[in-house]
Design a protein around this ligand. Structure first.
Ligand SMILES: [Zn+2]
Length: 317
């Protein structure tokens, strides 16, 4: 009789109680993961500009394509992870409002407008024989930061980034106007080690005169001395310059002459105009090469992000 009771008890435990316990434990784990990681299965609408098509894709897969296109896969792991969190924050910030250029998509794949993007196939071709290694590296860096974003005052930050600063980053107010307390000028060390950090562009005086006078009919240039009064931003880049009596922003000059950044000087060189340029990109937010230098010096991705985005926290979505 005792044995029969024992058998019934074992049957009840194994048939009902054990599965029930497993169910509740799994459920608790899933709830914890969902709380820690609510963006796990999030998707985002992307306008693929080369195909002229909008598709809803898993956010984390889109981010792998952005990270591949934005930084070399040879970068330090913490620099890549910082890039992943910055790109996730940027995408989710953009997804909060309608974008006039592509109203049916939160972001696009055109680096001139949103952020650069490479498909897995494009990335593999670029990596050649190292494709498996680099694909695993990028994937694991993105996955290890899954759901993490940069927040300021509890809100997802507009985490813009650029390739190379020139000693300091820029205040957003000096580049695009507006005032975001986390996009202010901070030191960026080691960017000058980046490939192509120093660049130059030389054009004839006639070409310079033609471009400037076409852009602003009030500008009248007869000689090099008509270039005057260059003002600089807190980050040390050209904020504005008066040419032939007309005012031009540093950003406008950069665009007109396809310079790599607004950290430039203008010289007269054998009757030509010579621009000497340092760094690459708009200079606001995180410097990608500066981030890589920080990672080489032992900083982790959260420390890197908090350095470049002042007063922010790294949190889940
Ligand atoms: Zn876009």
């Amino acid at each position: 009789m005792k044995q029969a009771l024992k058998a019934v008890l074992i049957f009840i435990i194994s048939a009902f109680l054990l599965p029930l316990c497993v169910y509740y434990i799994n459920s608790a784990i899933n709830k914890k993961q969902a709380k820690e990681n609510p963006a796990a299965e999030e998707t985002i609408s992307v306008y693929f500009h080369k195909e002229n098509a909008v598709r809803e894709v898993p956010l984390e897969e889109y981010l792998k394509g952005v990270v591949c296109a934005e930084v070399p896969a040879s970068f330090e792991r913490d620099a890549i992870k910082a890039q992943a969190v910055a790109a996730r924050s940027y995408a989710l910030y953009r997804a909060q409002s309608t974008n006039e250029a592509h109203p049916s998509a939160a972001v696009c794949t055109d680096f001139n407008h949103c952020k650069a993007y490479k498909s897995p196939e494009e990335a593999r071709i670029g990596w050649g024989k190292d494709a498996d290694m680099y694909e695993n590296k990028i994937s694991s860096c993105v996955e290890e930061t899954k759901g993490e974003v940069i927040k300021y005052d509890g809100e997802v930050a507009l985490a813009v980034f650029h390739s190379q600063s020139s000693g300091k980053t820029e205040n957003v107010s000096d580049v695009w106007g507006g005032n975001l307390p986390y996009l202010v000028s901070v030191e960026s060390v080691g960017d000058e080690k980046a490939p192509g950090f120093y660049s130059s562009k030389e054009i004839s005086f006639e070409e310079f005169k033609s471009v400037i006078e076409n852009e602003n009919k009030n500008a009248k240039i007869n000689s090099f001395s008509d270039i005057s009064t260059i003002t600089h931003s807190e980050g040390g880049r050209v904020k504005s310059v008066i040419i032939g009596g007309a005012h031009f922003s540093g950003t406008k000059i950069r665009t007109l002459f396809s310079l790599r950044s607004t950290s430039f000087t203008i010289k007269e060189n054998n009757s030509n105009i010579l621009f000497e340029v340092a760094g690459y990109g708009h200079g606001v937010g995180m410097s990608q090469y500066g981030a890589n230098e920080m990672a080489k010096n032992g900083y982790n991705y959260k420390e890197i992000l908090k350095h470049y985005y002042s007063g922010t926290q790294i949190d889940y979505v």
